[in-house]
Write a protein that binds this ligand. Structure first.
Ligand code: NAD
Length: 265
């Protein structure tokens, strides 16, 4: 039986915590007693997340405004985090940006932006935090890294309408496996979540954007409904819990069955 507050005494750092999945995951971790580091490039958005959480839970929160694609800002964030807290048990690489064009007509600046945030950003943050995480005295697992990738990065979900984004998420899926191999010996688990179609500000909170996209790609969801951010947070909670201690290097697809249905260009 799992302790109700199984994250008490543990810190969860969530990048992109000012919106969508990031906010929902931060709320979920707070509900289990975690202290939080809320990162986002946008300060107001994490102030709002903090307000929502403190209305309901009495947890310690550090706001860490930083652009994760900038290594110097990430190093500064690490300094602030370890001045305040003595651990980061959960690191969620969630912040991401999406540009919607075919890869071969994408502009160079869009390519750079997407790769800089979605791939280099996650690499910057993981690189800055893993050493300290590996030396933490939690047993049997010293720390847990969770990458929020996407179905668009999976073999069956490759999506030409968001070509560069698809490539960036395939890279993040690959990092999940590589980091699991590199960090296994230090008792850090690394897993990924690959959401399908979820109503978040990334889709302007408007289901029409998702329906239009599904029509364009002839996507049929076996579970005929759009996902809710809370469902991603539930899996992120499972991956942060002792129930997942023996799982590493896995990318979990959460898509209502989208990637097992037939997609066409
Ligand atoms: N919404 C979906 O259907 C969906 C599906 C699959 C994967 N995802 C992935 O889930 C993650 C979260 O998506 P969401 O839908 O909640 O998006 P969102 O746009 O609502 O939230 C992303 C957050 O990341 C922040 N951010 C952007 N660039 C940043 C940077 N350089 N440094 C720090 N923070 C930055 C934004 O300010 C924003 O608050 C993303 O990685 C996204 O690619 C989303």
């Amino acid at each position: 039986m799992m302790n109700k507050n199984f994250l008490e005494g543990k810190v969860a750092l969530v990048t992109g915590a000012g919106s969508g999945f990031g906010r929902e995951m931060a709320i979920a971790y707070a509900s289990k007693g975690a202290s939080l580091v809320l990162n986002d490039i946008n300060l107001e958005s994490i102030e709002k997340t903090r307000e929502i959480i403190l209305n309901k839970y009495n947890v310690d929160i550090l706001l860490a405004q930083a652009d994760i694609s900038d290594v110097n800002q990430v190093k500064e964030m690490r300094k602030e985090v370890f001045e305040k807290f003595d651990n980061v048990f959960i690191l969620v690489n969630n912040a991401g940006v999406r540009v919607g064009t075919f890869s071969l007509v994408a502009k160079e600046e869009d390519y750079d932006k997407v790769m800089d945030v979605n791939v280099k950003g996650a690499w910057n943050v993981t690189k800055s935090f893993y050493r300290k995480m590996s030396k933490q005295d939690f047993k049997p697992i010293a720390g847990k890294i969770i990458n929020i990738a996407s179905c668009a990065g999976t073999e069956c979900g490759a999506n030409p309408y968001i070509g560069i984004y698809s490539v960036s998420k395939a890279a993040l899926i690959s990092f999940t496996k590589l980091w699991a191999l590199e960090l296994g010996a230090t008792n850090i688990t690394v897993n990924g979540i690959c959401p399908g179609l979820f109503l978040t500000p990334m889709y302007k909170g408007n289901p029409e954007f998702i329906r239009e996209f599904m029509k364009k790609r002839n996507v049929k969801l076996p579970l005929d409904r759009i996902g809710e951010p809370r469902q991603v947070a539930d899996v992120a909670l499972f991956l942060a819990s002792p129930a997942s201690d023996y799982i590493t290097g896995q990318n979990m697809i959460l898509d209502g069955g989208m990637t097992i249905s037939v997609n066409t260009l």
